[in-house]
Design a protein around this ligand. Sequence first.
Ligand code: GLU
Length: 513
Amino acid sequence: MERRVRVRFAPSPTGPLHIGGVRTALYNYLFAKKHGGDFLLRIEDTDQTRFVPGAENYIIEALKWLSIPADEGVGFAQGKHAPYRQSERKAMYKQYADQLVANDYAYYAFDTAEELDTMRDTLKANGMSPMYDAVSRMSMKNSLTLPSDEVEKRLASGEPYVIRIKLPRKEEVRFHDIIRGWVVVHTNTMDDKVLFKSDGMPTYHLANVVDDYLMEITHVIRGEEWLPSAPLHVMLYRYLGWEDKMPEFAHLPLLLKPEGNGKLSKRDGDRLGFPVFPLNWTDPKTGEQSSGYRESGYFPEAVINILAFLGWHPSDHRELFNLEELVNEFSLERVSKSGAKFDVQKAHWFNQQYLRGKSDAELAVTLKAILDQKGITANLDYITGVCGLMKEKVSFSNELFSEGAYFFIEPGKADEALIAKKFKEDTASKLKAFAAKLSEVNDWTGAKLEESFHQFCEAEGKKPGEVMLPFRLSISGVAGGPPIFDMAALLGKETVLNRMEQFLASLPTSLQA
Ligand code: GLU
């Protein structure tokens, strides 16, 4: 019988979730939904020394913001395999470690940190790799070398120990990766990794395999950095007698720097001005802040689309996909082996497409939230009007405010150098005359304003450009923006005339009307 597809995203709560991790979650989600299966969120917190408060909530909030919720997991529904936090599953792991020891697939090791260092240094000094393996383990303090009564004594006296996997000396471990094809690794390049620690906690390797088995995971989709661990996991499935339930593996390509060499890091984001985290994050220890996609004005749908394309491509040339379309189109076979370069311009483009696809009313909700935060009040029709005008001019929702602040607050002082360059002797007096003409316009619409403007230029013998820029500067303080007459219409007659007057009064004496 075909098993129901079950996949998991299994982050460790060691800090904010990197977008590479978000992409792993997304691909898991898409794969699960495509196959009518389940997507789980498991928190792998066995390494208590790396635990960071707030990280777990951050992960949950990010998945919710992106609308890729887990069907089961921490922060989501509790299915029959709950709990989903490994620290709460602690009691379950020991029996499997014991079973491995009983079947001679694992052994107790009592070596101290210094003894391990000495062993590694000696191996290195002799030009060998510093591994705890089939050869070196025979000269260490473990249950393979110590007499059994001594092992018993040490265990009974509570002496710290770890349990290590006992790998064969010469064997090929083979497994199939959906993205990479056949992977073959020789055990002589593998360590006898620690499975269980003296603090009573399993290590990542044991907990990960035990939980994947118990949670009936069918496909392990994770980042390439875990590929070196996969042969060990394959051995664990074999040694635990679970080979028939071993999940299929798919190791996703790395996310690379925009230049293409090396893994994408937070520093690249800072350097090139794009977030590498889904949400803002403040480090609880250092207070260091990192910006997130959400707070930088990206839409969740755009982030999904951006991430989907970092390592995967559809069968045709379409680029805009909503979540449902991605679910239909997604397949692991179309995920590439080679690293995916982050393209900042493309990310902007995606967001811009989603912004333009929104109605003015939808954008108004976003802009209103920004205004509320700043304590600025404005009526919703007006905010909607601003969104209609600014929509084509910006790529990010927060630019609706930052680029069009003059719709809500008095414009800042216009660029003096620009004024000095563009203003002639009579510019101010023409602007003043134009203000007088505008004061007579009663039907204050974009069309009427445009008509008056052209009449004015013709009557004064001026080229439109000579009056247009000064007019724009006077009412917005900046040289660019949405169509000027629609903008003036929305600002309203009183505001426009007031601003023109103030602007004229603020000009240097040499340019005054
Ligand atoms: N806890 C691992 C991580 O932090 C999970 C790796 C896996 O998916 O097996 O990414």
